[in-house]
Design a protein around this ligand. Structure first.
Ligand code: HEM
Length: 419
């Protein structure tokens, strides 16, 4: 990797930031904030850091909802992968908030590797069957066709959050009114992963949500059939599997409910938004979608999400005093491993700024990797193309208004039209 390519990317990054600041509205602070919170601005800033300061120490802990002393932002791909791989040195931090949602029991995303983590992940694997996704995908395709029967749609309530919520009801087995389920799963996800300012209002919303969802899980147990994860967990618990005693069922099922809805919905909105910014890629995706080629559409979705992923960083806390390469990392430091930057690192990704569908899967770090690789990995790869192919097939697809989270990081509305 030549010094020159990094240098050139950094110069382009500076130019991109400058252009973004000029184009943005408001005072200087507002303009800078607008650039740094946009995916393009983040990519530009990270290109500069990869060249000038790939390991950036900051005095503040940028993830205020979890305890830490200072932050270390890592932007090179090798550092990102090393931190996620060295999970004994760099621990997941979600445990305390996860336990607030379950009522005390840990959920495996909040655990370090060990007997409890293996017990729960093995148990969850044991209740999944190879052909489980067949009815889920049939439902997703049918629901998408119904949602898109007119000439416009509001993506989250009609499709991108609604279909994952139906999956939670029909496949996971949790019976709850659809809109409330979407709102509650999103409130809990916000509290766990995106409440960077530790806002008491976010906590209050999540606490109310977890009461409703835990009650719904308990109430759904007796009627949950063998086609549902909840039904299978109840039967495994009755047969003596300790991962599925009453607390274990609640913790394991609420964990996957939280993971499934806001993520798939936001990923759908971001991927469509990114494709709409790229008319040539959108036209190609439309041809593939019109031919029902979900695999070809999927390649376009993953590449779109590389430019605009749901989470641009993963965070971990240093367990002991350690090092990353030559850089010392004190115990307690919050390490921000930038997967967005890793996916654009010119050292490992050829032509990172070009939109090239069908890149090797190893380039993509869209939903974690290593020990805590997303439990929904297989679901994501199948359901996102199933939900979005009918939409992308629409001729003249256009945005009526930008994704709107109504003050939250999760789009509640994204109005599109076609024809
Ligand atoms: C595009 C949609 C999704 C995205 C972007 C996403 C993102 C992620 C990320 C980044 C992680 C790793 C977090 C870390 O290492 O700190 C993760 C883990 C996890 N996700 Fe997802 N996720 C998605 C869909 C889902 C779905 C559909 C489910 C449930 C069916 C789910 C359940 C989980 C669980 C349970 C874990 C923890 C895995 C473990 O600790 O072993 N996610 N996800």
């Amino acid at each position: 990797m030549s010094w020159f390519s990094r240098f050139q990317a950094a110069i382009d990054g500076v130019a991109g930031i400058g252009a973004g600041v000029i184009a943005a509205k408001g005072g200087v602070k507002a303009r800078i904030a607008a650039v740094l919170t946009s995916p393009a601005g983040q990519r530009d800033a990270m290109a500069v850091l990869r060249f000038a300061k790939p390991r950036l120490h900051l005095k503040q802990n940028l993830i205020r909802c979890y305890e830490a002393d200072g932050s270390l932002l890592l932007t090179r791909a090798a550092d990102f992968h090393a931190v996620i791989e060295r999970q004994a040195d760099f621990e997941v931090v979600y445990g305390p908030r996860m336990r607030m949602l379950t009522g005390g029991r840990d959920f495996f995303l909040g655990m370090q590797d060990g007997a409890d983590y293996r017990r729960d992940t093995d148990a969850m694997r044991s209740i999944v069957k190879a052909d489980d996704l067949v009815p889920v995908l049939a439902m997703a395709r049918a629901e998408a066709a119904t949602a898109l029967a007119g000439t416009s749609a509001d993506l989250p309530p009609m499709l991108s959050a609604r279909i994952p919520a139906l999956m939670v009801q029909q496949y996971f087995g949790v019976q709850m009114e659809t809109e409330q389920l979407i709102a509650d799963a999103t409130a809990m996800f916000h509290f766990l992963f995106s409440d960077l300012q530790a806002d008491p209002k976010v906590t209050a919303a999540a606490m109310a949500a977890k009461d409703r969802v835990n009650a719904a899980i308990d109430a759904s147990k007796s009627g949950a059939g063998p086609e549902t994860l909840l039904g299978r967990a109840v039967r495994a618990g009755a047969a003596g599997n300790s991962a599925f005693d009453a607390d274990g069922i609640r913790a394991n099922i609420i964990g996957i409910v939280i993971g499934a809805i806001p993520t798939l919905s936001k990923a759908s909105c971001l991927a469509v938004e990114e494709l709409l910014r790229r008319p040539a890629a959108l036209a190609k995706a439309r041809t593939l979608a019109a031919a029902g080629d979900e695999a070809g559409v999927a390649d376009h979705l993953w590449e779109a999400l590389r430019f605009s992923p749901v989470n641009p960083i993963l965070y971990r806390r240093a367990h002991t005093d350690t090092r990353i390469g030559e850089t010392e990392v004190a115990a307690g430091t919050m390490v921000l491993a930038a997967n967005l930057s890793a996916m654009f690192d010119e050292a490992v990704v050829p032509h990172p700024n070009r939109f090239i569908p069908g890149r090797p899967w190893g380039v993509y770090a869209l939903w974690g990797e290593g020990l805590h690789l997303c439990w929904g990995d297989r679901i994501n790869k199948a359901i996102l193309p199933a939900m979005l192919t009918p939409l992308l097939a629409k001729p003249g697809l256009r945005q009526i208004s930008a994704p709107d989270g109504e003050g939250t990081p999760f789009p509640r509305h994204y109005r599109l039209a076609w024809g």
